[in-house]
Design a binder for this molecule. Structure first.
Ligand SMILES: [Zn+2]
Length: 314
């Protein structure tokens, strides 16, 4: 569905989380591209427009991988989410905060059609209410959508998490495949096809940014990053053939608080146009931390995840 507009969080920029995560392509990767009919293979990979032409992973694919990872472990923290506005009525008549079933890109919280209708109705009325400012609308709708949509966005709600594209080295191959009929186990008609993939081995750097993340948003994202750190996630197509395995190498996180006490350091950092994350090796990181003193030093992803999920370790 084409999005016509998005509500953004117009409140002050309070904090930013910047992640830099290094991963190795453990097995080949296939992120499907548009078949323009020119490609010599049946299943070409996605590439940057010419003249560059290198393969890349769109931020949206990476974000989609993170979102579904968060959602498959959400039940671990579900009971702890504090949400007085949750519209889902659980089995015992108690309010719970289930995740939505995204319908036409809109968050529909609720187990039954009544909840969904009610929710959709309030969101629609809020959006059309001319006496409300954009900021007020955001605040109301933010409480109405589910924790996953609050973090990753949906429908009229902008995402708090942004994932950058990753451009890959052009080490590609084409492999022959055979389609098997799932029901009969026989070779399907027109079974032979070939697909293009990026070879295993290269190291990629994921850059993820979160803005104005609260405790809940951070926990939701941390559930996904935890799985990334433990090599539990796969990316792209043809996963049943073993493609898309990722191996965690290292990760750093920087938390930047935009408050008055940090003014001098903040402005200097912004003037230098650097966020302290270029450093990836330990020595570089230590050096850059020395340069910047104690200000918002980057921590390892491992430390960060323990911090973000600390409240759930009791
Ligand atoms: Zn939702």
């Amino acid at each position: 569905m084409e999005k016509t507009f998005e509500l953004f969080d117009f409140s002050k920029l309070q904090n930013r989380l910047v992640f830099s995560i290094e991963l190795k392509l453990k097995t080949p990767l296939h992120i499907g591209g548009n078949d323009d009919g020119v490609s010599p293979t049946d299943m070409p990979i996605l590439r940057l427009p010419e003249p560059d032409g290198r393969p890349y992973i769109p931020g949206s694919s990476l974000k989609g991988m993170l979102r579904s990872a968060s959602e498959r472990l959400y039940h671990l923290i579900e009971d702890t989410i504090q949400d007085p506005m949750a519209l889902t009525v659980g089995e015992n008549g108690q309010y719970t905060t289930s995740l939505c079933y995204l319908e036409n890109g809109d968050c529909s919280v609720g187990k039954g059609p009544q909840d969904k209708t009610r929710n959709a109705e309030i969101i629609k009325n809020t959006l059309m209410n001319k006496s409300l400012s954009e900021k007020e609308k955001y605040k109301i709708i933010y409480r109405l959508v589910c924790p996953s949509c609050r973090t990753y966005g949906a429908g009229s709600m902008a995402s708090k998490v942004r994932v950058h594209h990753v451009v890959l080295d052009d080490n590609t191959q084409v492999r022959d495949g055979i389609r098997i009929d799932r029901e009969t186990g026989a070779v399907a008609p027109q079974a032979k096809f070939d697909y293009e993939y990026v070879e295993a081995g290269q190291t990629i750097t994921l850059r993820i940014e979160g803005e104005n993340m609260d405790q809940e948003n951070e926990a939701i994202l941390a559930l996904a990053l935890l799985q990334l750190k433990n090599n539990m996630l796969r990316l792209g197509g043809l996963q049943a053939r073993g493609l898309g395995e990722l191996q965690y190498v290292s990760g750093v996180v920087k938390r930047i608080n935009y408050n008055h006490q940090n003014r001098k350091e903040l402005l200097e950092m912004l003037l230098l146009d650097h966020d302290g994350l270029q450093a990836t090796s330990q020595t570089d990181m230590e050096n850059s931390q020395k340069e910047k003193g104690e200000f918002d030093s980057a921590i390892t992803l491992e430390c960060y995840l323990r911090e973000a999920l600390g409240g759930y370790l009791t």
